[in-house]
Ligand binder design. Structure first.
Ligand code: S3P
Length: 171
């Protein structure tokens, strides 16, 4: 099979709502890689949704599950992996991901993210009396970390297909 990319795996990182899952699925279809989503793997394994896992076991436990899932998933190649928005806040996770593939950060403005996330009920990190402020402070804390990816790709105003085209030009 012809190699379509020098990247053994393509790993999408970035804040909630940047489109990692949507773009990842489309990209995988386009280049014939397998799509995997860490959150989906964790949900299947535990048999609970992400918000249920946070509620029942807490964030710290979720982070342990996430760390284990990332290590288990990336024993193979030919994969497009969508990670959870907090996955790379653990420096060990981030360096592991960078060893295993090309890490692309999807980057959106605060306004774009809020438009996409304000109605979401499935993002426990934003459960707060003031979710807008919570989002802003999380984003400010995390953005400098996302910028350490191999590539940073702005997504504001782009359709998922356009983001996929941009990624294909990079990889
Ligand atoms: C999280 C993002 C979520 C999910 C969990 C925690 C975060 O994934 O892993 O709710 O800390 O940013 P998405 O980025 O796919 O929403």
């Amino acid at each position: 099979k012809a190699r379509v990319s020098k990247c053994n795996n393509i790993i999408l990182i970035g804040f909630m709502g940047t489109g990692k899952t949507t773009v990842g699925k489309l990209l995988a279809q386009r280049i014939g890689y397998r799509f995997v989503d860490t959150d989906q793997v964790i949900e299947q394994e535990v048999g609970l949704s992400i918000p249920e896992i946070f509620l029942k076991y807490g964030e710290q436990h979720f982070r342990q599950l996430e760390k284990q899932a990332i290590r288990r998933i990336l024993t193979r190649s030919g994969m497009v992996l969508a990670t959870g928005g907090g996955a790379v806040m653990d420096p060990a996770n981030f360096s592991f991901l960078k060893e295993k593939g090309c890490v692309i950060a999807l980057d959106a403005s605060e306004n774009t993210l809020w438009e996409r996330l304000k109605a979401a009920k499935d993002r426990p990190m934003l459960f707060s009396d003031n979710p807008r402020e919570k989002m802003k402070s999380l984003l400010e804390m995390r953005r400098p970390v996302y910028y350490k990816a191999h590539f940073v790709l702005p997504v504001d105003g782009k359709s998922p297909q356009e983001v996929v085209d941009d990624i294909i030009a990079i990889i």
